[in-house]
Design a protein around this ligand. Structure first.
Ligand SMILES: NC(=O)c1ccc[n+]([C@@H]2O[C@H](COP(=O)([O-])OP(=O)(O)OC[C@H]3O[C@@H](n4cnc5c(N)ncnc54)[C@H](OP(=O)(O)O)[C@@H]3O)[C@@H](O)[C@H]2O)c1
Length: 245
């Protein structure tokens, strides 16, 4: 299937991994709805880069996806602007350290709202457009740690485990017209605050003994969107073997 001329909504696309996914789709001629929450100027730069990469159209859309009213508004705005939605990539996320003794109900609610609930309701809001596409695709960017949690990040890891369940539930609910798959990155782009010693430690904990790249995650998304035409409900790890080390 050719991706040329399709429309992808990529959440959290202004920076880091989401940005790389957006640009990878753009390089295939995909028109991109660049979602952001706070990074307005970065989002605008991504939209400009999409246009100069392939001449494909792009627009920026602001939404706080922790707000339960946002998914529907965002999907409507994207559909109004482009007239179609073919691909939804749920990449926006929060990742906050919440040590066991300090974690609060608010930490849980914030992680679950953005990382698990918003992808579900975005898929619900985009579903009529994805069906109309004839080859609709949802990609949920989860985390290997949704399978094997980090001790100090229980709300984050639980929200990514919930996202894996959402991934399977959506695959069932949206079949046969729409394929739904998850990518489970390992350490591909550590938080900017992480020390070199910590980076070495997490590299050593992978089978491949190195950090991955956002481009590896983007290639996995392209594979699921473009080549994996008999795959739905799948979970594709891009973690250097971290989850089985
Ligand atoms: N980086 C890694 O090594 C790694 C490893 C495993 C899994 N992952 C997963 O891969 C995806 C991308 O990772 P990343 O490190 O690039 O993510 P990130 O930098 O932590 O966050 C991505 C974006 O989420 C957006 N966001 C935060 N709160 C939001 C809200 N309330 N509403 C809407 N958007 C919000 C932010 O947009 P603004 O900047 O515009 O505010 C941010 O740029 C995430 O799902 C992450 O869990 C990443």
């Amino acid at each position: 299937m050719s991706l040329e001329g399709k429309v992808a909504l990529v959440t959290g696309a202004a920076r880091r991994v989401g940005r790389t996914i957006a640009l990878a789709f753009a390089a295939k001629g995909v028109r991109v709805a660049v979602h952001y929450r706070t990074a307005a100027s970065e989002a605008r730069r991504v939209a400009d880069a999409v246009k100069s990469l392939s001449g494909a159209d792009a627009e920026v859309f602001r939404a706080d996806l922790a707000d339960p009213r946002s998914p529907e508004k965002l999907a409507d705005a994207v559909a109004r602007r482009f007239g179609r939605i073919d691909i939804l990539v749920n990449s926006a996320s929060i990742y906050e350290k919440t040590p066991f003794a300090l974690a609060t109900p608010d930490d849980w609610d914030r992680h679950m709202a953005l990382n698990a609930r918003a992808p579900f309701f975005l898929a619900q809001a985009c579903a009529p457009w994805l069906r109309r596409s004839g080859e609709g695709i949802v990609i949920n960017v989860a985390d290997w740690a949704g399978r094997r949690p980090y001790a100090d990040y229980a709300p984050y890891c639980a929200s990514k485990a919930a996202l894996l369940c959402v991934n399977a539930a959506l695959a069932k609910a949206l079949a046969p017209e729409i394929r739904v798959n998850a990518v489970l990155p390992g350490p591909v782009l550590p938080p900017e605050r992480m020390s070199e010693a910590e980076k070495r430690k997490i590299s050593e904990a992978t089978l491949l003994k190195r950090l991955g790249t956002p481009e590896a995650v983007a290639r996995a998304c392209l594979y699921l969107a473009h080549a994996a035409d008999y795959t739905t409900g799948a979970e594709l790890t891009v973690d250097g073997g971290r989850s089985i080390a």
